[in-house]
Design a protein around this ligand. Structure first.
Ligand code: EPU
Length: 301
């Protein structure tokens, strides 16, 4: 979708927002899949309410894209404008055991920066791609750790009230890959409280998690991590593996040979091919196990 409204185009510089015309979102997603639309790069959080008000008034639907590492975006010309936060300098500020992190900060870099300052707890999240904002929204987790445990405060743009809001940690529910944030809330910044630990000890934990991940996940291929959530008490990856689905493909969309719950873009996969593969696999699991797997990846059709 192209922004042609003259009032919005003229206001963008004042709103600290740059426009990338007809950006291909395949360049902004870890799957390397996604259609084309105008991308608004926001440099000032405070400008969001006014920007959204103008988009609403002119009738432009919009969505918000974080790190693009857990999303499958449809092909072709997209019927919405994309908003995206630009990383500020610095991304993280420390005060004792508290880390104040911008939502656009890279999750892995944040974990490493905190570690170097003897703040641990998030070792398991080291290889999870994406931004702090994305991790917050999904309550990203790995190796027994989930980010929600450390959240003390979140600043967000709340679409429902059209305003910037600060929530205390105990006002937010964090569950397995799910939070109480509204779908259209935009994460802006977070205050984490992290346990003190010597850097060397944190580094040992990071190395172990990195090693486990390297040996079990296709890290050098384009993917969005796990496609399906694990159903209670079971592993989606193991079920798909048991059904012999590794290597199954629709065009260049392929079930990874390394971890069956990772679907990779082995070349020029389209969203349509990936969606078809997801449906095929879900149906196979339903027939064999009587379980309907839920997607872990966010799908924008
Ligand atoms: N397994 C197989 N074959 C496979 C994949 C897994 O037999 O192809 C078996 C493993 O051997 C293991 C069990 O299934 O016994 C569980 O596998 P794994 O330890 O890889 O964990 P997972 O449940 O598949 C979850 C998260 C991952 C996270 C890892 C490590 C979900 C959906 N996935 O995977 O998160 O990295 O644990 O903690 O919760 C993601 O969210 O995108 C993601 C990759």
């Amino acid at each position: 979708m192209r922004i042609t409204d003259a009032k919005i185009l003229a206001a963008l510089p004042e709103l600290g927002t740059d426009r990338l015309e007809a950006a291909s979102l395949s360049d902004y997603t870890s799957l390397g899949i996604g259609g084309t639309t105008d991308l608004l790069l926001i440099k000032r959080h405070a400008a969001i309410p006014e920007l959204v008000r103008m988009l609403d008034a002119a009738g432009y639907p919009f969505k918000f894209l974080g790190g693009g590492s857990n999303v499958l975006i449809r092909d072709g010309e997209l019927p919405w404008v994309m908003l995206h936060l630009v990383k500020p300098e610095p991304e993280v500020r420390l005060d004792g055991n508290f880390a104040y992190v911008d939502a656009a900060a890279d999750l892995g870099r944040t974990v490493t920066f905190c570690a170097k300052n003897n703040l641990g707890g998030m070792e398991g999240l080291i290889g999870v791609p994406g931004t702090i904002g994305g991790a917050l929204r999904m309550n990203a987790g790995a190796y027994g750790i989930q980010i929600g445990t450390y959240v003390r405060e979140v600043e967000l743009y709340r679409a429902a009230s059209r305003s910037l809001v600060t929530l205390k940690g105990d006002e937010i529910h964090f569950e397995y890959r799910h939070t109480s944030f509204a779908l259209d809330d935009i994460m802006l910044a977070v205050k984490l409280e992290l346990p003190s630990k010597p850097f060397k000890e944190i580094l040992d934990g990071i190395r172990i998690c990195n090693e486990k991940r390297r040996s079990s996940q296709p890290l050098n291929q384009k993917s969005a991590g796990c496609i399906f959530k694990n159903p209670p008490g079971a592993s989606a990856g193991r079920m798909l593996d048991e059904l012999g689905l590794k290597g199954l493909n629709v065009g260049d969309a392929r079930v990874s040979d390394r971890h069956a719950n990772f679907f990779v873009n082995a070349g020029n996969a389209t969203a349509a091919q990936m969606l078809s593969l997801i449906d095929t696999v879900r149906e196979r699991v339903r027939q064999s196990y009587g379980i309907t797997l839920e997607e872990e990846v966010v799908i924008w059709k």
